[in-house]
Design a protein around this ligand. Sequence first.
Ligand SMILES: *Cc1c(COP(=O)(O)O)cnc(C)c1O
Length: 359
Amino acid sequence: MQFTSIPHPAPTSDEDRIAAIQDPGFGKVHTDHMVVIDYDANKGGWYQASIGPREPIALDPAASVLHYAQEIFEGMKAFPHADGGLCMFRPEANAQRFNASARRMAMPEIPEELFLEAVKLAVQKDANWMPPVDGGSLYIRPFMFANEAFLGVRPATQYKFVVIVVSTGSYFKGGVNPVKIWVSQDYTRAAPGGTGAAKTGGNYAASLVPQAEAIAQGCDQVVFLDAEEKKWVEELGGMNLFFIRRDGSVITPPLTGTILPGITRDSLIAMLREEGLEVREEPYSIGQWREEAENGELLETLACGTAAVVTPVGTVASPSGEFTIGTGGIGQMAQKMREKLVGVQNGRVADQHGWVMRV
Ligand SMILES: *Cc1c(COP(=O)(O)O)cnc(C)c1O
C-alpha cells in the first residue's frame, strides 16, 4: 500500500521542539505527525494510508467505538543508538499481538508488514523529537477503533488505524524506585473467557477505580488476583510479574487468557533462563507470596513492561496488612535484568536474539 504524504502546514518551530524535549516526562509531548489507515469491509479492507499533520479526528456521534468500545492499542518504543540510528525492540511481536487483540475484539487484522511500515514511517518522520537525555525514547502508540456510524450491536464494518508518537524521558529519573503495590480485594481485572489477554482500552477503564484505591492507600500500583478464586496473583494494571526465589527458580503467572502476554515478560523469561535460573510459568498464590517473602524463600519480585522496563516490587499491602520483599529495595536480579534489557535496546549490549530492528 502506498502512503500519501500530507505536508504539515505549520510544524513546531525548532526552538519550541527543542525546549519541549529537554524534560518530556511521559505522554504529554506529542510530535507533529501521525499515520492514518482506513478500513472499510465494503471497499475490500484497508484502502487508504497517509502520513500527515497530527490533528483531531472527526467522528460521527454514532461511531461504534463511542458506544461499544471496539478499540485496541499497542505500546512500543524507538531508542537512539550511538551511531545516530534508531532502533525498535521486537516490533513484529507488537504487530502479532495487535492482531491477536483484533481477533478477540471482532476487528479486522492489519497485515504485519503494513503495521511495521506505518510504525517505521511515524518514527522516521518525527525522529527529531527524540529527547537528548539518557534513557529517552520515542514512545509509539498504534491503535485502532471502530468508526462506523451505526448503533446496532455487531462488529463494525469501518475502522481507523492510527499511529501517534510521544517524546519520552527516562522512567527512572533519579534512580529506580521500588514500587509499593495494593492487592485489590473488591475488583478483578479479567475473568476467564473475557478480554484480559487483549490490549483493549476497556481493560484499562475497568482498572481505574482499583488503581485510584491503591493510590488512596498510599500505594503506586494495584495488583489483581484471579476472578474465580481470588487467590492467584495475575498482574498489575499494566505490568507482568516475576517471583525470584532463593532455590534458583523463578515463577511467572501462566498465560491462561486473563493475563496480557507482555513482550517484556517474554524477553525476561529468555534472559532469566540465560542466567541459569529455572523459569516456570505456573500459578503463584497471594498466600505463597506472603509466606515466601516472610520466610526468605522469595528474594525479589519484578514488575515488567515497555514503559518501566523492569521495576522491583518493594512492599505489598492489603487490608490484612503489609509485607516487604527482601530488603524492600532494588534486588540484584532486578538491577541486572534492567541493565541488560536497556543495554540491548540502546545497542550497548550485544543483541543475541535478533530483538532489535533498525528503523
Ligand atoms: C501492555 C501491557 C503489559 C506489558 O506488555 P509489554 O509488551 O511488556 O509492554 C502488561 N500488562 C498489561 C495489562 C498491558 O496492557
